[in-house]
Design a protein around this ligand. Sequence first.
Ligand code: BGC
Length: 388
Amino acid sequence: MADKEFPEGFLWGASTAAYQVEGGIENVDWAEAAREGKVPEAGRACDFYNRFGSDFEIAASLGMNAQRFSIEWARIEPEEGKFNEREIEHYRAVLERLKASGVTPMVNLWHFTLPLWFSERGGFLEKGAPEIFARYCRFVVERLGGYADLWLTHNEPIVYSSKGFWDGVWPPFLRNPLQYLRVIYAVAAAHRTAYTAMKTVRPSIQIGIAKHNIFFESNSNPLNRLLCVCSDWFWNHRFLRLIEGYQDFIGLNHYHHKKYGATSRERETAVRSDMGWEIHPTSLYHCLIALKRYGLPLYVSEHGLADAADVHRPEFIKNAARAVHRAIEEGAPVRGYFHWSLLDNYEWTEGFTKRFGLIEVNYDTLERTIRPSAYVYKQIIERNALID
Ligand code: BGC
């Protein structure tokens, strides 16, 4: 790899998730919670369900050679065991579209939202959940496995469990430490069962999960050091150990840095996104290096920030490329980078108020406008190299 350049064939893309962009998804736990007034409504979102073609055209005009998107389980299996072939045809059209422009897909099978029938039965805590989830994954791979090599079963299992079973702010709105621990093991079991089922149908595909990891560090205080080691194990590595042997690559979703014992000056001077999250220039690098121990190919499957004014995103993207490049130079097998997100979208409990997109969406007209930072990304992609 020449100075500043990325390996040939490196994947550069962006990520989306069905419920956050597609619109018109009503038969899931999140839509039910919105009807009950517990979370904002997603409604028509960005109408990506109908506009994916033109959105992918914009992505291609920015030079992207990869896209990560998710399939909505409730569209494919709206009732238990009844699969909707028409929706399979929809996602086939999505994949055909990417194929026609030579874009590599990364397909995610579950991004937080559960079919209502499944959540009403207890979701992943239901006995038999691993087989139910695996049946869905297997069905999709039987139908669409020929279009993509890279598959994710789950997005951020630890975030899902923490928000829904510990903090109680996402469906199913529980604050129950025991259920929290149970659901982590249940989701891991569902992944392992799905992995085996998918591999049986199509052994050649590569399967992973998108794992949300945080860069933890501490000052020299022994208690803070201990907290740091425990958090790192608990948040970053425990789930990956539970599915060891059942993953062909790791997707890293990265947003956060946490320093135990940070000084008030460090806290006050930190640059923050519109979510109030610290923007740390090298945290991505540290997270990638920490994943080297698994000996698996790595993809940055999400990395981005809410920045409506687009003031921080240009430098953020340059720093992301620097972080990935440095990690590769130091032996981390990073194969691709997917920015979060292609479009502004539904940001869960924040509704549509936060702007994560390389492309701005006007929610009244659904008009798309490319943000200036997207052109910074384009330069990196076109050169396949760092820029100053
Ligand atoms: C999730 C996305 C979310 C993003 C920004 C990730 O944790 O996968 O769905 O929109 O972070 O909060």
